[in-house]
Design a protein around this ligand. Structure first.
Ligand code: SF4
Ligand code: SF4
Ligand code: SF4
Length: 352
């Protein structure tokens, strides 16, 4: 990877230049919450804190119109109607600047689900193709960070086009993709020189702050063994409020609902985020609900990320270890502690 340098002052100018023909999502303080908003006049970047909301909204918006439709009556035969459908594929080009490596890596889960050999979701795939990721390597870690335990790390380049590492006076910049290489050709970048060695030292120091990694490799097997242990799951879910914050903030959660919103003869089909932590999520038309208790719903969330997904996608854990769900949970439910408890339960049973 080529290594370049961009000063703090030039970074702002670079963003201004990019914003001329892209929507540039940057982390800003919005009412006390660090979240991604389009770069613009008066918006102060917050780069020293992990954004509370992940950047997944750039490729998977909270709510998006999939199509609009209009019914027309046949003037010759009013009993007959035809429908005109207009697609609403996203057109804008975007850059996500300043996401943490774990958050950007979350996109790998989306890629596997929404753009694979069998299924290509045109809305997701178009946005993904038109969005570049300039990711910021971490220089400090939080007690909730566990990226290193799920195959990622504080300088992970997965799904990024460019990785920036904070160094004296600015950032060392590495291109990860061809697209990223082109971005670094901009005149705002200088040769990396000794900044690259400084960046490597920064990365090493941050990785060391995380300490040794717990081994989650037998989690699918141990979670499966705990599947029918209702007592175990009731205990894990005791404090859960079914608020869904963990899933809405998660960079890898992709559940959605589709609704038609109609007025008279016109309407639109809208896709919006949904959450498997809600009672209504699996409520069937008959009134039966296969996940009627919060224990069953929490079991599904944990198993989906650490068991079902790895089983379906070559052992890939559908959790990037960002810790957002732990940090923002009003009941302090800790997903890594639940998986570790299932592992310990399994080990204990085997030793008997
Ligand atoms: S989980 Fe890892 S990549 Fe994410 S913010 Fe923490 S240290 Fe950085
Ligand atoms: S954030 Fe916590 S309380 Fe809310 S649904 Fe998730 S686990 Fe339950
Ligand atoms: S499950 Fe929690 S730690 Fe894992 S990616 Fe989602 S929010 Fe981050």
């Amino acid at each position: 990877m080529a290594c370049k340098f961009i000063s703090n002052e030039n970074t702002n100018q670079w963003l201004e230049a990019l914003a001329k023909d892209h929507v540039v999502f940057v982390p800003v303080d919005d009412g006390g919450t660090v979240t991604f908003r389009p770069f613009g006049e008066g918006r102060k970047l917050v780069l020293d804190r992990m954004p509370v909301r992940s950047a997944k909204e750039a490729v998977f918006p909270q709510s998006e119109t999939l199509l609009t439709y209009k019914y027309d009556k046949d003037p010759e035969n009013p009993e007959r109607t035809s429908v005109r459908i207009r697609e609403t594929l996203p057109k804008e080009r975007a850059v996500v600047f300043g996401a943490r490596p774990c958050g950007t890596r979350g996109m790998a889960v989306f890629d596997k689900v929404f753009d694979n050999d069998r299924i290509r979701d045109p809305y997701y795939a178009t946005r993904r193709e038109h969005t570049m990721f300039v990711t910021l390597a971490c220089t400090k870690v939080e007690s909730t960070c566990f990226c290193h335990e799920v195959g990622s790390g504080p300088a992970d380049t997965s799904c990024s086009d460019v990785l920036l590492t904070p160094v004296q006076g600015g950032y060392a910049a590495e291109a990860v993709t061809e697209c990223g290489e082109k971005m670094l050709e901009a005149s705002f970048f200088a040769d990396g020189g000794d900044k690259c060695a400084e960046a490597e030292a920064v990365k090493k120091a941050t990785r060391e702050m995380l300490g040794e990694a717990h081994d989650f490799s037998d989690a699918p097997e141990k979670l499966l063994a705990a599947f029918d242990d209702d007592e175990f799951w009731e205990e894990q879910a005791a404090g859960c409020l079914s608020c869904g914050a963990c899933t809405y903030l998660c960079p890898t959660c992709y559940c959605f609902n589709i609704t038609d919103e109609a007025t008279g003869t016109t309407g639109k089909r809208v896709r919006s985020w949904d959450t498997c932590m809600s009672f209504q999520y699996t409520l069937e038309g008959s009134g039966h609900n296969p996940r009627s208790t919060k224990a069953k719903r929490l079991k599904n969330r944990v198993n989906h990320k650490f068991s079902y997904f790895p089983e379906s996608y070559e052992k890939y854990i559908a959790c990037c270890g960002c810790g957002r769900c732990i940090k923002s949970c009003p009941a302090s439910v800790d997903i890594r502690a639940i998986v570790k408890a299932a592992q310990a339960r399994g080990a204990e049973k085997e030793s008997k």
